[in-house]
Write a protein that binds this ligand. Structure first.
Ligand SMILES: NC(=O)c1ccc[n+]([C@@H]2O[C@H](COP(=O)([O-])OP(=O)(O)OC[C@H]3O[C@@H](n4cnc5c(N)ncnc54)[C@H](O)[C@@H]3O)[C@@H](O)[C@H]2O)c1
Length: 464
């Protein structure tokens, strides 16, 4: 049995089956071997959190073999859902099949969206991280596969809860992807193999840099009050959600949201997680901003064998920008991400300088596999269609705990171990499962509209 799939939706399978890497335009009308039947077996996806990344992830899903369909959407803002729907509809046409009664605008909307799926389908979680565990618990109960964005958790209680929940997901054999897309970069996969094979010797030092002007919603001025002119007229809770990079309860702040990719892929190169962190950080220019972030962070992570990972992060206008990552071994060094979180090419060198004349290898990724956000879906859909083990939650939680360690160490000016961070008792949004549109915001401003900020050396056991 065979079926015809539109060319743009089956790139990897075609390339694998033919061993060729032709331009996708050349594939029109090519009949391909059956992998996963259309019709009742066709994979459907539900998008929960219809913002920038959610829209991207739903598109990545629909671009895969078997032309998965988007059948349900949920958000807490109507304008976000309708914007995402019209963007996706324009691009993916009939693959976007979301009737009005499959569009849900509420905190409970995830239930309605997941209820539209059958076993074997995929729920996409691309809200800020505060809601991951709530949504994951329901998907597990319903037996559907999941793709959830990074970071997975911001605090100890949620990290432990996610690990516990995942035991059930593993028992049920659910396939669960976590959006640490470095792991699906074909260049970083090859670099990892080369590092394991000893090409640069024993790994002693790693460096990650994400230094840029403020982006996303990292810096926020005062909430303008309930009578505001913002889209959706948000309450303070809804405003905090829409500016999630500003609030530790929602996202783990700028540190967790922006730096987790480098921390994750550098730890991967070492094949270990750091056991402790100490850090510096501060806010040089507070201006009228009232959010909970610092503008500068410098973390020193230590591995069990004494090797170090340094992560420098900065959100500052006018400062030098660097956005790349490096691995140093006893025989040589590697550029992991040349530009960005996973930006190609990766390369290895003899000695400690990235000098072209000393280059050993540079990545050369197949045209259809350059985009790691697309690859992570190729790998997830492949696991679903061919029933391969695929669960990235434990790794995603550990990467989140390590990231939280660095942030916590900077915010408190204390050394913190992995175990202390995992077992810490401060939960930043304990009522995430009970929030409604009218709930008070999880973090409250003082009389001047300012939110509690870290005070290193003064608040030593909690971040705020
Ligand atoms: N892997 C990557 O490269 C990458 C890139 C960007 C973002 N992300 C991650 O994706 C997530 C979303 O980021 P974004 O940039 O798309 O933000 P965004 O604000 O554009 O989208 C988030 C959406 O979730 C909705 N939402 C919030 N709470 C909700 C709830 N309880 N139920 C339903 N919907 C809810 C918001 O209204 C919004 O539409 C974050 O965790 C972020 O770190 C990952």
């Amino acid at each position: 049995m065979s079926h015809i799939i539109q060319p743009q939706f089956n790139r990897r399978e075609f390339l694998k089956s033919t061993g060729q890497f032709a331009a996708v335009g050349a594939l029109a009308g090519v009949a391909l071997p059956h992998v996963h039947a259309a019709g009742s077996d066709q994979i459907s996806v539900a998008l929960i959190g219809c913002g920038g990344r959610g829209t991207g992830a739903a598109g990545n899903a629909m671009g895969q073999t078997g032309a998965p369909k988007l059948v349900a959407m949920a958000d807490v803002f109507e304008h976000r859902l309708s914007g995402s729907h019209s963007t996706l509809k324009k691009k993916y046409g009939s693959q976007v099949d979301v009737s009005d009664n499959h569009k849900f605008i509420s905190f409970d909307g995830y239930k309605g969206a997941i209820d539209c799926l059958k076993k074997g389908d995929v729920a996409i979680f691309t809200t800020p991280l505060a809601f991951r565990a709530v949504h994951f618990a329901y998907a597990i109960q319903k037996g559907v596969n999941v793709f959830m964005e990074k970071p997975v958790t911001a605090d100890g209680p949620k990290s432990r809860q996610m690990l516990k929940l995942n035991e059930e997901a593993v028992k049920k054999g659910l396939k669960v992807g976590v959006g640490l897309n470095s792991r699906h970069s074909r260049a970083l996969q090859e670099l990892h193999q080369r590092v394991q094979d000893g090409e640069i010797g024993d790994v002693m030092l790693m460096r990650g840099y994400r230094m840029q002007p403020p982006i996303g919603s990292a810096f926020s001025e005062k909430y303008p009050g309930p009578d505001n002119d913002l889209p959706g007229k948000p309450s303070e809770l809804m405003w905090q959600i829409s500016r999630f990079h500003s609030f530790l309860w929602a996202s783990g702040g700028a540190f967790s949201d922006f730096y987790i990719h480098h921390i994750d892929h550098l730890s991967w190169m070492k094949n270990a997680w750091p056991i402790k962190a100490q850090a510096l950080g501060g806010r040089h220019y507070r201006g009228n901003y009232v959010d909970q972030n610092f503008d500068s962070y410098a973390v020193e992570y230590t591995f069990e064998d004494g090797a170090k990972l340094y992560m420098d992060g900065r959100c500052m206008i006018g400062a030098h920008s660097i956005y790349s990552s490096y691995v140093h071994g006893t025989k040589g060094m590697a550029i992991a991400a040349k530009s960005g979180d996973t930006g190609l090419p990766s390369s290895t060198y003899r000695g400690q300088n990235p000098d072209r004349s000393k280059m050993i290898w540079t990545s050369n990724v197949r045209p259809g596999e350059v985009e790691s956000h697309f690859n992570e879906w190729t790998d997830l859909i492949d696991a679903i269609q061919n029933d391969k083990p695929f669960n990235e939650v434990e790794r995603g939680v550990k990467a989140s705990v390590v990231t939280n360690m660095g942030r916590f160490a900077a915010h408190t000016a204390q050394e913190v171990t992995f175990d202390e961070m995992l077992n810490h008792e401060h939960e930043y949004c304990p009522n995430a499962d009970k929030l409604t549109m009218n709930s008070p915001a999880p973090v409250q401003a003082d009389k001047d509209g300012k939110y509690p900020v870290p005070e290193p050396g003064i608040k030593k056991n909690r971040e705020f």
